[in-house]
Design a binder for this molecule. Structure first.
Ligand code: EPZ
Length: 419
């Protein structure tokens, strides 16, 4: 299995381009199922999860034509089945996002239950309740969701919890339902807004983007269009934290700073100087000491749970004590024991990590467990004394396009070895 080997100690300096957002690309690829004509998507990141989604759509018989710079055209006209197998879904939970579109357009779907993952049980009950409210007949048996409908009907839905993919699944289903659907307590993440913008361009009638109440008036059909995925705010935040931790000076271009207000204000609180333009953001430490910050994760516009592991790593080498509360997932501290093996001083109390900064971490062999935890181990390796070897880096390849190339461009001593 591939590994990453990092020699810590180099400050990151330079400029890199931010890739398209994984968590916007996944639902928008699934939206290809809704359109009567081919949907062309551009600025796709080159990631395993994108490949997995394209494989899933291809296995259903859709025709995918890959263009330059990871542009893909999706033609659902050649669909031959409505089946999402366990073998694919187990590698990427977000496969559940084909359920709503399949029901809305074709009236049937058989999708493997995603199952849990390292960070939590990750149920999909809210997805299923919402689709049932729209008239779908749903049976869960043998590890599969079997759903059918003679035609979805608009419904008034209140989500028990703010769920990103739950909102996206129901939103996509509602675009072709008969009548008006309202979704209350909807997720407001920028990736949900990006999906809404794409659906509106395809002819969907949706209002309330970016608020917790969405109103969707069903239409007869959706057109194929060309759509550019928005930049990845979590990738942006991850490299900003890397620059802060290594005492460097990094500029990230082709991004959207306004999607990172919470992260940028925490970095400023930690002592960094953050400047920004319309599509770029720059961080430098100017010799300032990194200070620990308190974090409490929550749905957007709260502090993103996908940045929690990275800030836990930042606190591990900052001055003072940082209290990190993970309020979204029940088990998203898998990175803590690995950071402690590098010498971090962290005390876990339920969903809270009390992190006392240490002078330096020591490189060690580490095990990646989930996508963002793995990123935090890379960040720790960049500042640790000596060599850090990270195993199971397929977790990282799911969410960070060419991470070692981008870090090498910034002066990091990092390489990927086959085993
Ligand atoms: C999305 O996951 C993201 N994935 C996650 O990013 C992200 O961490 C998460 O939203 C929170 O922002 C994609 O967009 C592909 P949720 P999702 O449903 O939609 C509970 C990454 O690192 N819940 O918003 O699966 C759930 O257990 C990934 O890129 C139910 O109880 O997360 C959790 O506690 C990791 N029932 C909370 O809601 C449901 O039916 C929020 O989960 C659905 C969710």
């Amino acid at each position: 299995m591939e590994k990453l080997i990092i020699q810590g100690g180099n400050p990151l300096v330079g400029e890199i381009r931010v890739s398209g957002a994984k968590n916007a690309a996944l639902p928008i690829l699934a939206a290809g199922l809704l359109a009567d004509e081919p949907l062309t998507i551009r600025n796709l990141p080159h990631l395993q999860d994108i490949t997995t989604t394209m494989e899933l759509l291809g296995s259903m018989g859709l025709t995918l034509t890959v263009g330059k710079r990871l542009q893909v055209e999706i033609d659902s006209g050649t669909i031959s089945n409505f089946f999402a197998p366990y073998e694919l879904v187990k590698t990427m939970r977000a496969s559940i996002l084909v359920l709503g579109p399949l029901l809305a357009r074709f009236g049937q779907a058989e999708v493997s239950l995603p199952g849990g993952c390292a960070i939590g049980s990750r149920p999909v009950d809210i997805h299923l309740h919402g689709l049932a409210a729209m008239g779908a007949e749903i049976e869960v048996s043998g590890g599969y969701i079997k759903a059918k409908t003679t035609g979805l009907k608009g419904a008034d839905i209140i989500l028990d919890k703010v769920t990103v993919t739950g909102t996206e699944n129901l939103l996509m289903a509602a675009t072709l339902a008969d009548g008006v659907t309202t979704i209350k307590n909807a997720a407001r993440e920028p990736e949900v807004v990006d999906l809404i913008c794409c659906l509106q361009k395809m002819g969907a009638n949706i209002s309330g983007a970016g608020t917790d109440t969405l109103r969707i008036e069903g239409v007869k059909s959706l057109m194929g269009v060309t759509y550019d995925i928005l930049p990845d705010r979590i990738e942006t935040g991850t490299y900003l934290v890397a620059a802060a931790m290594t005492g460097g000076h990094v500029r990230l271009k082709d991004t959207r700073p306004e999607l990172l207000e919470g992260v940028m204000s925490k970095l400023t609180e930690a002592g960094a100087t953050v400047t920004r333009g319309l599509d770029w953001v720059e961080l430098q430490m100017k010799g300032q000491t990194l200070k620990a910050v308190d974090i409490n994760t929550g749905p957007y516009p709260g502090f993103p749970t996908d940045m929690q592991a990275q800030f836990t790593a930042l606190n591990a080498v900052a001055e003072g004590v940082g209290v990190v509360v993970e309020s979204v997932f029940e088990n998203r501290f898998m990175h803590v024991q690995e950071l402690m093996r590098m010498g971090a001083s962290i005390r876990l109390e339920g969903n809270t990590a009390i992190v006392t900064g240490v002078k330096n971490l020591t490189g060690a062999p580490l095990m990646a467990t989930d996508l963002r935890a793995s990123a935090s181990l890379v960040l720790a390796g960049l500042v640790a004394t000596g060599e850090t070897v990270i195993n199971r880096i397929y977790h990282i390849d799911r969410g960070y396009e060419t991470i070692e190339e981008k870090l090498m461009n910034l002066g990091a001593k990092i390489k990927r070895v086959p085993r």
